[in-house]
Each structure stands twice: as structure tokens, then as C-alpha cells.
Design a protein around this ligand. Structure first.
Ligand code: GLA
Length: 502
């Protein structure tokens, strides 16, 4: 009996690797010109015409839920739960010799991607061990971001195309086109800068960023600051190296390079931790940044899950995303505004709600809509992180981004975000108190047709007309009526007023 087991079991195991069988571990490699490789792992088990297993792709770990066919032609559908949203991928393919030739779409409307997978040793691509989250404590405030951070981030316009030369030329543009004078400071590199770790585990930039310290010196030389991006998971959202198990080491590396801002994006951490663990996991990097010896703004990006606004200041978060990713589309931007309605009480000097970066100038909205974007982000005391190509913008876009009177609302030292004080169909009025007993009021027309909108002084608790009312887009004082003020607001537009006693 013992002998039987000794021989039969290895034979069965070997049988599962026969060329005509899909069972096993497979890897498809997608090399990038930056010298890094995105890998997709397929851990498959074929039993007659049923295929089960897992697919690991960038930050996503899918379980195969449906399959048809076999080695001569198969389709597998794999699913996962991403927060409240289900996600699915479908792969079609067949075994040719020792290669799995496949095609997939990441979304039903995306282009077809072809890939070839090879057998990989068992365990390659397996999830690392889960590290237990630490006990909670209060991370001391780092003293930064007294007003909402202002700057630029590479993702919305450049995504994976960002590189050293682009960052330098964006810094040149910001330093010379009036943005720096208007208050923009941070030049933030988003995902896809990451390379491999060296033998000591130190993170290296990839080929696109030959010398991060030299780049930081360059940006600092322009009177600006440099930001970077990572994830608490082993992989970032684009499938690059994350900070999992390297938090302190990475924070020290950033400090050595001269980094001033970190956006820390949940991504692959979803495969190890539940939303209930988020505070503890973000606390780790909060502690690590505080111990790094450099003042680094800490930007939490976990898509507004787990009521982050209630605990982000406890982990020394200076700003936290309140929503999923913005798109350069009216529907996306206006939907995000709707999601901010109850969040005003949570923000203040040092800690801000972040409804995501600006899309102003990325060309899929009208200038009126971009003025609305700028007005409402300023009303919300949101970080003003431009997401366009600062080297190439129209005068209108430049004027929107550098409207000093609007920026002064965003940067008001009282730090109190606007609340929605009235809503009638598509017509909304938002107001925020400003330092010096002043108010900012936005008359926001979500409808598509122009409309006359009226603000009553009593709506914002004023007993009489303010002495001064200024329209911050026409840059002119307007005449406040005895009881109210009426203005024609274009469809998808905003009239933005500053009201004061003098
Ligand atoms: C997530 C973030 C985005 C951007 C990308 C980069 O989607 O929410 O802002 O950082 O990852 O991969």
C-alpha cells in the first residue's frame, strides 16, 4: 500500500502537467519600454470540460466563475468584488504546443488584447503572506497643508507616459506661466514611475526616471515641490511595485530623494485587507512618513471607502479621496459634486476632503463646465491639483486655473468647505463662510439651459444686503439688491460671488 502511494501520487501529479491539459500555473508577460514587466498569472485546474482557478492581473485577483471548452478552445470568465462593484474579465484561447494563446478585453468596449502565457513554476505569482494590521493609535499631525494643497499630477493627462523629461518641462511651465505665483506648488508623479527593488529591498525608479534625487533637486530649484505615488499593496493600480512590507524603507527612500508629497493608493491592498483594516494600514505609512525625517504631505487614495473622512486625520492624512476616479466628463464631475454634500464638517486646516484631481483643460468639457469645476472645487476647499498639460493650454484654460479671486476662496484660512444651502431641481446654491466675516456663494446650474437664479440674503443667514458683492469670474463688483441678488447662469455654469461687509 505504501509503495502504491509512493509511485501513484507523483504519477498523478505529473499527469496534471501533460501538454494537453490546462492544469497548472501560467504566466503571460507584458514588457514595457520602461524596463518593467506586467505579469498576468493563471492558476488553472481542468477537470474534463470544466476549468476552475484564479487569474491575477495588476491589482486584481479574480476567481474563475464560468468556463467552456478545453485545450483546443476555451472561454473562461473570472470575477471579483471591488468594494461595492463586481468586476469581470473574459479570456478566450487555446493551447498551442506549450503556449496558451489568448485574447481578452478589460471592459466590453475596450480593444482586444492578445497574450501568450507560458508555464510557470507552481507558486510563482502567488499572493505574499498577509501581514496582520497593527493596533490603532493616533499618528501625530505632520503640520502640513494648512490650506488645501495646490499643484499638478501626471495621471489624468499622461497616465503611463509620464517620464523625467515631462516632469521637468511641466515644472518649467508651472514656474514661468503664472501658476506658481498663483499658489501651485506640488509637481506630483503618479503611478508607473516604479522599478524593481534592489538586493536590499530599496525601491528603484524605472528607466523613465533615471535619477529621482536629481529630478527633485531640479523641481526644488524652480521653487516647487515634488510628489510621488505608491500603494500599501504589493502592486499599484497599474501593476507596478507597491510598498507592501516595505513601508518604512520606502518612506526613508522618498526622504532621501527629497520627496515632499505621497499619494498612497489602496489598489492591490484589497487582496489582503478588508475596508475595516484601512485605518490600520494607512496608519503604517503615516508613522513611516513621520519617522522619515522629512515633512511629506500624506494623500490617502482609497476612493472614499470606509468613511475615510472620519479617521484620516488620525493617521496624519492631509487629504483623502472622497470618490472613485474622476473622468474628463460633465457627468463624472457633477456626480462627484453630489457626493460631497455631507462632507463639509470633516475638512479643515491640515486635513481636506479630496474629490479628485482637476480635469480642467483636458478638452472633453466646455470652458463653462471647467469654470464650474474650478468654482466648485474651490467652494469645497478641495486640493487644486491640475491634471492637464501645463505646457500647452489655451488662454481660457490658463485663466481658469489661475483665477486668483477663485483660488483665494479655495485657500481661505478659515478652511470651511461649502454646504449646499438650497436645491430646486437643477438649481443649487452652495455657500461657505470665509475669514473676515465674508461669504462665498456659488449659484450652480446643473441643467442644460441658461436660467435666472436668485440668492436671498436670508438664505445664508444675513439680515440685510452685504455692503459688497463681487462676481469672481467677471472680476467686477455687482449691485446687491435689498433682499436678494439675481443673475443669469448658463447651463452647466456657475455664478461665483464673494460677499463682504466692506
Ligand atoms: C487609481 C487612482 C488614480 C490613479 C491610478 C493610477 O485609479 O484612483 O487617481 O492614481 O490609480 O494607477
Amino acid at each position: 500500500m505504501k509503495l502504491f502511494r509512493m509511485f501513484l501520487i507523483p504519477l498523478l501529479a505529473a499527469g496534471s502537467c501533460l501538454a494537453s491539459d490546462l492544469t497548472g500555473n501560467w504566466v503571460a508577460e507584458n514588457p514595457s519600454p520602461d524596463g518593467t514587466v506586467r505579469k498576468t498569472y493563471f492558476e488553472l485546474k481542468q477537470e474534463e470540460s470544466r476549468i476552475t482557478g484564479h487569474i491575477r492581473l495588476t491589482q486584481f485577483y479574480y476567481t474563475i466563475t464560468e468556463s467552456t471548452g478545453g485545450p483546443d478552445g476555451f472561454t473562461v470568465t473570472a470575477s471579483m468584488q471591488d468594494g461595492k462593484n463586481p468586476r469581470q474579465v473574459v479570456y478566450e484561447g487555446k493551447l498551442i504546443g506549450e503556449e496558451l494563446h489568448m485574447a481578452t478585453r478589460r471592459r466590453p468596449d475596450a480593444a482586444l488584447t492578445e497574450l501568450v502565457a507560458h508555464r510557470a513554476p507552481a507558486g510563482e505569482g502567488a499572493m505574499p503572506e498577509r501581514i496582520a494590521p497593527p493596533a490603532l493609535h493616533k499618528v501625530p499631525y505632520n503640520g502640513l497643508a494648512n490650506t488645501p494643497p495646490m499643484g499638478w499630477n501626471s495621471w489624468n493627462k499622461f497616465a503611463g507616459r509620464v517620464d523625467d523629461a515631462t516632469v521637468r518641462s511641466i515644472a518649467d511651465a508651472m514656474a514661468t506661466n503664472g501658476m506658481k505665483e498663483a499658489g501651485y506648488t506640488y509637481i506630483n508623479i503618479d503611478d508607473t514611475w516604479e522599478g524593481e527593488r534592489d538586493a536590499q529591498g530599496n525601491i528603484q525608479p524605472n528607466k523613465k526616471f533615471p535619477d529621482m534625487k536629481a529630478l527633485a533637486d531640479y523641481v526644488h530649484g524652480k521653487g516647487l515641490k515634488l510628489g510621488i505615488y505608491s500603494s500599501p499593496g504589493p502592486h499599484t493600480c497599474a501593476g507596478y511595485e507597491g510598498s507592501y512590507a516595505h513601508e518604512e524603507q520606502d518612506a526613508r527612500t522618498y526622504a532621501t530623494w527629497g520627496i515632499d508629497y505621497l499619494k498612497y493608493d489602496w489598489c492591490d491592498a484589497r487582496n489582503f485587507y478588508s475596508d475595516d483594516d484601512m485605518q490600520a494600514i494607512y496608519q503604517k505609512m503615516g508613522d513611516a512618513l513621520n519617522a522619515s525625517g522629512r515633512k511629506i504631505v500624506y494623500s490617502l487614495c482609497q476612493y472614499g471607502r470606509a468613511d475615510v473622512w472620519k479617521w484620516a486625520p488620525q493617521v496624519s492624512g492631509n487629504l483623502w479621496r472622497t470618490t472613485g476616479d474622476i473622468r474628463d466628463a460633465w457627468e463624472s464631475m457633477s456626480h462627484i459634486v453630489e457626493q460631497q454634500v455631507d462632507l463639509a464638517p470633516y475638512a479643515g486646516p491640515g486635513h481636506w476632503n479630496d474629490p479628485d484631481m482637476l480635469e480642467i483643460g483636458n478638452s472633453h468639457m466646455t470652458d463653462t463646465e471647467y469654470r464650474t469645476h474650478m468654482s466648485l472645487w474651490s467652494m469645497l476647499a478641495a486640493p487644486l491639483i491640475a491634471g492637464n498639460d501645463l505646457r500647452d493650454m489655451t488662454k481660457e484654460i490658463h485663466d481658469i486655473l489661475t483665477n486668483r479671486e477663485v483660488i483665494a476662496i479655495d485657500q481661505d484660512p478659515l478652511g470651511k468647505p461649502a454646504t449646499r444651502i438650497s436645491k430646486s431641481g437643477d438649481h443649487e446654491i452652495w455657500a461657505r463662510p470665509l475669514s473676515g466675516d465674508a461669504y462665498a456663494v456659488a449659484l450652480y446650474n446643473r441643467g442644460t439651459s441658461d436660467a435666472k437664479m436668485t440668492l436671498k440674503w436670508s438664505d445664508i443667514g444675513l439680515k440685510k444686503a452685504p455692503a459688497k458683492a463681487r462676481d469672481l469670474w467677471t472680476h467686477s463688483d455687482v449691485r446687491p439688491g435689498k433682499d436678494d441678488y439675481s443673475v443669469e447662469v448658463p447651463g452647466h455654469g456657475v455664478a461665483l460671488l464673494r460677499l463682504s461687509a466692506k
